[in-house]
Each structure stands twice: as structure tokens, then as C-alpha cells.
Design a protein around this ligand. Structure first.
Ligand code: CO8
Length: 257
């Protein structure tokens, strides 16, 4: 599929960089961009071990869903749009590799929700965050009420969603919405460093860790622990476990394939 709104590159071996680009609307998510994203997540190159997602330009990560596209919708159209975005974000969340949102500016509404579907969020000091939907007469529709609540807890989620206020990066860090805040000029290098750090570990183990975290979130405690036990045991089917533990015992760095 030819992409109009997405750019993909591999700045380093194993690291994929996906850039969302709609300059006329601060990278707002329109249905065309969401369909491209849907295609992309189903065709992530197999050499990608960590995927970085960012917004084009220096002002916005993603300034929300496209308000001009949503304005004329009726109920059926809104349901379709909400389902499209939610299903794409769920596919991002379930990718077998870690996904890092590299937040280079405004992350509002659907933009914040996109970042919440990623595993980790690294932001520039200049970014601003919020769920302003209630001010537009709607609620977060790309699973924001669900994921924001799980990530920052119900008190902060209700604060952000009911007031619709915009917060700065230090406030977002305090709430646990983002993992790290760095000066704008260091943002991409910081994200690359996080990716390199993850890639120094066993690919198999990182992937099982992600599956265990994602899949256990919705299970009762005993089932969640049983699931983790199974994924733990499955690590012993792969060479990486022998290599990692042998390397420790031989006092050397592991050489994972
Ligand atoms: N949609 C469409 N266009 C947008 C959006 C957006 N979300 N955000 C910015 N733009 C456009 C502006 O209209 C403007 O266009 P133009 O140059 O043609 O006038 C251009 O981008 C530049 O924006 P501004 O001139 O407004 O730039 P400022 O620096 O003055 O302000 C802001 C930047 C604060 C980011 C401001 O643009 C803003 O408030 N944007 C809207 C933010 C917002 O409300 N986002 C939430 C949208 S709702 C949502 O995301 C719901 C998700 C769930 C959907 C469920 C499906 C049904």
C-alpha cells in the first residue's frame, strides 16, 4: 500500500521509526491515516525489534482525531470511526515488539490515546498532553477512557477527562503518563538509547514479557500468575535462555542471535 500520511525508516539495525505526517492539521488522525496505520501494523518488517512512533515536524506528536472529519458525522459514522481507531490502536498494543511513542509536541485527544497504546512514552519538555474531548461535546473515543484509567489510575484519568485541561510534560511525568522527559533536541537520541537498551536483551524474553504483561492485565490474579508461569517456562524452549545464563556464569556478555 502506498502511504500518504506515514513515513517509515530504520535509523539503526533493528529499530523502526514510523512518522505520522499530516502537516495541515498538526498530524491529526483522519480515517485515511488510520487505514494506513492499520496496513502498516500488519506488515511491520520482521527485522524491527523496537518500533518508535513519532509525529512529523517540531510542534505536534498528534493533535487528536481530525475534528473537521468528525464534525459532520452521525451516530453510525462516529461508531465506525471510533471502531477503526480503536482496532488499529489495539493492534499496535499487541505487536510482538515493544513500541515507544516519541512525543515531540502536542499529544491531545486521539494523539494521547495513540501514545497510551504504545508500551512506553518518551517526551520532549515542550510537549503538552490532554483529553480535551468533553469540550467538543464528545468523550475519548479511541479507548482513552479505558487505557488512561489503567495507566495513570482513575483519579488522574477522571481529572484529565472531566476537565479537558492541557498539562505540561512535568505534570504528565508526575501522573505516570510518560516514562521520561528530555529536552527537545535530545528526544530522538534518548528514544534510540531506550531501544538499544531493550535490544541488548533477549528478543524472545522481551516478547514473552510483553505478552505476559498485556494478556495478564484482564485476568483474575491466579489465572494471570498461571499465564506468567507458562511464558516463563516457554523461555526455556529457546536458545536465549541457555546463552543468557551461560554468559552470566562465564562472566561475559550474552551473544543473542
Ligand atoms: N483536527 C483537525 N485539525 C486540527 C486539529 C485536529 N485535531 N488540531 C489542529 N488542527 C489544525 C488547525 O485547525 C489549524 O488549521 P488551519 O491552519 O487550517 O487553521 C492547524 O492545525 C494548526 O493549528 P492551530 O492554528 O490551532 O495551532 P495553534 O498553535 O494555535 O494551537 C493546538 C495548537 C492547541 C494543538 C490546537 O490546534 C488545538 O487545540 N487543536 C485541537 C486539539 C483537540 O481538541 N484535539 C482533540 C480532538 S478530539 C479527539 O481526538 C477524539 C478522539 C476520539 C475520536 C473518536 C472517533 C469518533
Amino acid at each position: 500500500m502506498e502511504y500518504k500520511y506515514l513515513e517509515f525508516s530504520m535509523p539503526e539495525d533493528g529499530i523502526g521509526l514510523l512518522t505520522l505526517s499530516a502537516p495541515q492539521s498538526l498530524n491529526a488522525l483522519n480515517s485515511g491515516m488510520l487505514r494506513e496505520l492499520d496496513d502498516f501494523v500488519q506488515h511491520v518488517p520482521s527485522e524491527v525489534r523496537v518500533l518508535l512512533v513519532t509525529g512529523a515536524g517540531s510542534k505536534a506528536f498528534v493533535a487528536g482525531a481530525d475534528i473537521s472529519e468528525m464534525q459532520p458525522l452521525d451516530e453510525a459514522g462516529a461508531l465506525e470511526f471510533a471502531r477503526l481507531g480503536s482496532s488499529v490502536f489495539r493492534k499496535i498494543e499487541l505487536l510482538p515488539v515493544p513500541v515507544i511513542a516519541v512525543m515531540n509536541g502536542y499529544a491531545l485527544g486521539g494523539g494521547c490515546e495513540l501514545a497510551l497504546a504504545c508500551d512506553l512514552r518518551i517526551t520532549s519538555e515542550r510537549s503538552r498532553f490532554g483529553q480535551p474531548e468533553v469540550g467538543l461535546g464528545i468523550i475519548p473515543g479511541f479507548s482513552g477512557t479505558v487505557r488512561l484509567t489503567r495507566i495513570v489510575g482513575p483519579a488522574f484519568a477522571k481529572e484529565l477527562i472531566y476537565t479537558g485541561k492541557t498539562i505540561d510534560a512535568s505534570e504528565a511525568y508526575r501522573m505516570g503518563l510518560v516514562n521520561a522527559v528530555v529536552p527537545a533536541e535530545q528526544l530522538m537520541e534518548e528514544a534510540l538509547q531506550w531501544a538499544r537498551r531493550i535490544m541488548a536483551n533477549s528478543r524472545v524474553a522481551v516478547s514473552y514479557a510483553k505478552r505476559s504483561i498485556q494478556e495478564s492485565a484482564d485476568l483474575p490474579m491466579d489465572d494471570a500468575i498461571a499465564l506468567e508461569n507458562r511464558y516463563f517456562a516457554q523461555c526455556f524452549l529457546a536458545e536465549d535462555q541457555k546463552e543468557g545464563m551461560t554468559a552470566f556464569l562465564e562472566k561475559r556478555k550474552p551473544r543473542y542471535k
